[in-house]
Write a protein that binds this ligand. Structure first.
Ligand code: GTQ
Length: 343
């Protein structure tokens, strides 16, 4: 590899003249902006135990009424970016949100998309463009960018969910903004998971039905688990994995973010290929440990952990385990560079 010139190689008066002219030499920074072979991520592996987050979140419920918060959320900060970072990886924002019985989180619409993975509680719901979506443990509930949404709670215990947003991408583009509005009128019917998209492989007849851009906004966990168990029962080797897709197109559920549910049997290990996307793993059920670039995380139910692009990931399940992996592979596919490298 050629040794490139440094800033110190240049005379002081020339450096000052460049600064005054508002320019900088590329060559001392060449390997920073274009490292060889693979990127050099700022993102570090992160781990958030639910046992640590839960009491902090409940305390936020005492300290800050929802009217003062709009969204009562603790953001999971990437250790590589440090305390206060509003992101978990370069592209993924993760936040734990609390809604107490009787509360509502007001309606708004924004450019980033949000996906909720329900962690605990009963009676919570999200309204997306007038469709009322129940939030049951493990469900994946989508709020695509540009869709009005508000949250409500008809139950008796706190409801907690994990928000996964592509907000860092929109923020980087200086394209992150929201509009507020009144609570939405709810259509008096169950959501599309219970009406139009009850069975894999069956969609409303195309001659009569105009599909929406995001036809299915809730993926009930019970169906995901059932699909994974069936595949696992007949798999000769390896873990079972399913991708969440738009039932009308078969494509990823959102333009930027993808979601994959995984089932590992008791005692089973998994060594995924090195992927160019970053990942956030949320444990729906089970126990095990995952090594990410040499850091070992012991995980249990409702814990969350992250991996940077091209991280070396080794999973081991001590018990039968179910995880949901959020990632930015759909965005990287569109940018034309998603890559998997064999190990
Ligand atoms: O529920 O609409 O964690 O707008 C961050 C921004 C949740 C939400 C977040 C949001 C929301």
């Amino acid at each position: 590899m050629t040794q490139l010139g440094t800033l110190e190689d240049l005379p002081q008066d020339y450096r000052e003249a460049m600064t005054a002219a508002g320019v900088a030499p590329l060559w001392p920074m060449m390997r920073n902006v274009l490292p060889h072979g693979k990127p050099n991520p700022v993102t570090k592996p992160g781990f958030w135990s639910y046992d640590a987050l839960r009491p902090l979140l409940l305390r936020a419920g005492d300290l800050t009424p929802v009217e003062k918060a709009e969204r009562r959320v603790l953001v999971l900060s990437d250790p590589g970016r440090g305390a206060g970072a509003m992101q978990a990886t370069a592209s993924l924002y993760l936040g734990m949100q609390l809604l107490l019985p009787g509360e509502t989180a007001p309606a708004h619409v924004h450019t980033p998309s949000a996906v909720r993975i329900i962690v605990e509680g009963q009676g919570g719901f999200t309204v997306v463009d007038g469709e009322k979506l129940p939030m049951l443990e493990g469900d994946l509930v989508m709020t695509p960018g540009g869709d009005w949404h508000d949250h409500g709670h008809e139950g008796r215990e706190p409801v907690i969910w994990l928000d996964v947003l592509d907000l860092p991408v929109f923020y980087y583009l200086e394209g992150s903004y929201a509009t507020e509005g009144p609570l939405q009128a709810q259509r008096n019917r169950p959501d599309a998971a219970l009406v139009e998209y009850k069975s894999a492989g069956l969609v409303p007849s195309r001659s009569r039905h105009q599909a929406r851009r995001y036809p299915l906004a809730r993926f009930p966990w019970a169906r995901t688990e059932e699909a994974l168990r069936a595949m696992k029962a007949y798999a000769s080797t390896g873990i079972a994995e399913v991708d969440y897709v738009n039932p009308e197109t078969g494509q990823d559920v959102l333009p930027t973010m993808g979601f994959t549910a995984m089932m590992l049997g008791q005692g089973e290990a998994d060594q995924p290929p090195l992927r160019s996307c970053s990942s956030a793993f949320h444990v729906v059920k089970g126990r095990g440990r995952t090594t990410i670039d040499g850091t070992v995380f012991e995980w249990g139910p409702k814990d969350t952990f992250t991996a940077a692009p091209f991280a070396e990931i080794n999973h081991h399940a001590d018990e039968e385990s179910f995880l949901i992996r959020a990632h930015d592979r759909p965005l990287q596919d569109k940018l034309g560079y998603y890559e998997e490298r064999a190990r």
